[in-house]
Design a protein around this ligand. Structure first.
Ligand SMILES: Cc1cc2nc3c(=O)[nH]c(=O)nc-3n(C[C@H](O)[C@H](O)[C@H](O)COP(=O)(O)OP(=O)(O)OC[C@H]3O[C@@H](n4cnc5c(N)ncnc54)[C@H](O)[C@@H]3O)c2cc1C
Length: 345
């Protein structure tokens, strides 16, 4: 069968090329050429493999509309896992070359070293990678990336964003919201214990810090969407990056906010970091911002002297609302980066 030439350009201007048949999806064809692009579900459901087609024709297969907002689709946006080329294609990738793996995704064993409740239905899970021949005990990943954890005894994986940063000891830290009746959530609630082994796949994903000079960085997190923000802020603290930074962290009720001690510790290391706790349904004692983090973002963008880079993570509804606010205030699309915590199909 004839194939089409696919040319990818990363955000930092690197180019990669591979061939793809008309009945093959771009993600699979790239992987066959040993180019592993950031992706998660591979079924048009999670939105992780988003990219912009700048030239050529393609068919977009079955996908979840929540993973590809209509506005993005209208301007050439697509999901690589369900894109079938009908001509040669040129595609812009919304991430840098270092997020593309040339080779295979790592699969490693990791021992559970801690499971702590940090709030209502929210856990902090800590794992330690078993040393292997390639990596020793190192946990190597970029802030903003996620790992996939296998549900023990089942051929099923769930994605969780890393909350810590690369380290020599193999530590992986996650913040996990337990979903009622969820497969992995139920396993965590009822069976998980310190000392058990999990199989982890990754790191994966393109979400992360965008090097754009010294523009302010504003982070907007709903619930466990805080995890990748903690990772990015911890990296900024480690490297003492001087960008003005704000974190808008939202929950429905004051008692649902978590990681307040960790955030205070971060502020001590990163003095320019402002943390704005936002509560949608406050009680009489609440003294912080009343409303969603998107309300707080809208208010502060109106007064911003420099339009910041905006990082969004959490439920899709929060991200859609924040993107609409950013657009309305004139923040260019390339300054808005997001990760949607969509449930598995
Ligand atoms: C790239 C990526 C990163 C993610 N990172 C994190 C993270 O750091 N922390 C975290 O807590 N989650 C994260 N998620 C979500 C996570 O992967 C799982 O979807 C979630 O934990 C539910 O898995 P489960 O097996 O318990 O439930 P499932 O068995 O998948 O679902 C069971 C039921 O719960 C519903 N459900 C599942 N998730 C949700 C939800 N979010 N809201 C409402 N209903 C839901 C399903 O529709 C279904 O009816 C991430 C998702 C993606 C795509």
């Amino acid at each position: 069968m004839n194939t089409h030439a696919i040319e990818l350009t990363t955000r930092d201007g690197e180019q990669l090329r591979f061939e793809c048949a008309a009945d093959q999806n771009l993600l699979e064809a790239a992987a066959n050429a040993h180019i592993v692009l950031p992706a998660q579900c591979g079924q048009g459901n999670c939105g992780t493999c988003y990219a912009d087609v700048t030239h050529g024709d393609f068919i977009l297969g079955k996908h979840n509309p929540a993973a590809l907002p209509a506005d993005d689709e209208a301007k050439g946006g697509t999901l690589l896992c369900c894109t079938f080329p009908q001509s040669d294609l040129r595609i812009d990738l919304p991430f840098d070359h270092d997020r593309i793996l040339i080779g295979e995704i790592k699969v490693r064993n990791a021992e559970i070293t801690a499971i702590d409740s940090v709030g209502e239905n929210t856990l902090r899970l800590e794992l330690r990678l078993a040393p292997d021949e390639d990596s020793g005990s190192v946990a190597e990943f970029e802030p903003g990336q996620f790992m996939e954890l296998e549900v023990p005894g089942q051929d099923i994986k769930r994605a969780y964003s890393l909350a810590n940063i690369s380290n020599w000891e193999g530590r992986l830290e996650f913040l996990i919201r337990l979903q009622p009746g969820g497969l992995f959530s139920t396993w965590l609630r009822e069976q998980a214990a310190v000392g058990q082994t999990l199989i982890v796949h990754g790191p994966k994903g393109a979400f992360g810090l965008y090097e754009s000079g010294l523009r302010p960085r504003w982070f907007v997190a709903g619930g466990t969407g805080l995890a990748p923000m903690m990772s990015m802020l911890r990296r900024m603290a480690e490297f003492q990056e001087p960008h003005p930074a704000r974190l808008y962290f939202g929950a429905n009720r004051p008692e649902e906010l978590f990681c307040q001690t960790e955030l205070k510790a971060l502020q001590a290391e990163l003095p320019q970091l402002q943390v704005i706790f936002c509560v949608w349904k406050p009680d009489d004692l609440w003294q912080g911002f009343c409303g969603t983090p998107v309300d707080a973002l809208a208010q502060d963008l109106a007064d911003a002297a420099v339009l910041p880079d905006i990082y969004l993570c959490g439920p899709p509804a929060l991200i859609d609302a924040a993107e609409a606010v950013a657009r309305a205030k004139g923040v260019p699309n390339k300054q808005v980066l997001s990760e949607r915590f969509l449930p598995a199909a």
